[in-house]
Design a binder for this molecule. Structure first.
Ligand SMILES: [Zn+2]
Length: 359
């Protein structure tokens, strides 16, 4: 089981699939899903949706398994290396791509070896890493399962049961250019106006379940010019949807008032990337995943995270999903790695999940 799974994982990470450029990888997956006994097709957005018939059981409810097919950057030219310590790392200055291709390799292996399984639907989304774009465009009419597992948590010993509302706020401040030495009074300093607005924002931890941040600022062209433009990117999150919405409104109101008081103009784009959702700690997917992980020696606990995954979208669309670990470490960095032993445990836990779901 291990050699075949590891070989497939290595083959997958060698196929570049940075967000937005997943086409070749999805084509490869279509073939692999068919070889594993599934029927697969791409939806209109290029997400892969597959179904596998039940095995060794009758009348069991279908379950959904989901992963994402894209990777973060730098993810071009990945060369995986299996070390003598049993850990797979990237050989060069790239990520490894275990997030989320280890999940896909584990799912495919479990599908190949499980003696018993309910009907299984598999969805592999595009562009997860850049704001869940793929799953938001997923053709949900092709899915029939009402519950399942997103294989996209790093550590095996936690099961994600929810995440916050996340709102992105893009601000463009427009002032007026002028020579900084000869006629500064003719200018309106966009950087100063933006700075004044940012200084007036409540940032950091707002309360026990809400945060706000300004993460990027850009402006100005030359030292000796009053800058006409400055942009900054802010965000806020809360486990309580209403709080996140109120916080975003407070932030936009503050920015607008401060920028205008500085005499500059402002354009603000507010984008709700994802909506808070929390499934119960004793929800079926959590109970089943906990039991299955226990059989491979992992005591998993449910956690609510401050980030978001495709599961936020599935849960808001009425498919109850827990996020289960794949064993990857240091995701989103060139230090990303995964132990073969953890891949084996994740795949074995999936086989057990299938057995429990087929009961
Ligand atoms: Zn991921």
């Amino acid at each position: 089981m291990s050699q075949r799974m590891v070989g497939q994982f290595m083959a997958m990470v060698r196929i570049d699939s940075e967000s937005g450029d997943e086409g070749r990888f999805m084509e490869y997956l279509l073939g692999e899903v068919a070889a594993a006994g599934g029927e697969a097709a791409l939806d209109g957005y290029g997400n892969l949706i597959a179904s596998f018939p039940a095995k060794g059981c009758k009348g069991a409810e279908p379950i959904l398994l989901s992963c994402h097919g894209d990777t973060v950057k730098p993810g071009v030219g990945i060369e995986p290396v299996l070390g003598e310590d049993g850990v797979i790392r990237s050989a060069g200055e790239t990520i490894l791509g275990a997030d989320d291709k280890a999940g896909i390799a584990e799912v495919l292996e479990a599908l190949r070896v499980a003696p018993v399984r309910p009907p299984i639907e598999l969805a592999v989304s595009r562009q997860e890493e850049v704001g869940l774009l793929g799953v938001k465009a997923l053709d949900f009419s092709r899915l029939h399962a009402r519950r399942g597992f997103l294989m996209d948590n790093d550590t095996l010993d936690t099961i994600v049961i929810g995440g916050p509302t996340y709102i992105a706020i893009d601000v463009t401040v427009t002032g007026r250019a002028a020579h900084a030495g000869m006629e500064p009074e003719k200018g309106i300093n966009a950087i100063a106006a933006a700075a004044r607005a940012i200084a007036a924002l409540r940032l950091g931890r707002i309360d026990h379940e809400s945060t706000a941040n300004v993460g990027v600022i850009n402006g100005g062209l030359i030292r000796n010019g009053v800058p006409a433009s400055c942009t900054f990117l802010a965000e806020c999150r809360s486990a309580d949807h209403a709080k996140a919405v109120a916080l975003a409104e407070e932030m936009t109101r503050t920015v607008r008032a401060e920028v205008e008081a500085a005499g500059a103009g402002v354009a603000i784009v507010v984008d709700e990337k994802c909506r808070a959702v929390r499934i119960p700690e004793d929800a079926w997917p959590v109970r089943v995943a906990t039991r299955a992980l226990a059989t491979v020696g992992v005591a998993a606990t449910p956690v609510f995270i401050t980030g978001f995954t495709d599961a936020s979208i599935y849960n808001n669309r009425g498919i109850e999903m827990a996020v289960v670990g794949i064993g990857a470490q240091h995701e989103h960095s060139t230090e990303e790695c995964i132990a073969v032993a953890d891949m084996e445990r994740a795949a074995a836990a999936l086989v057990e999940i299938f057995r429990l779901a087929a009961e």
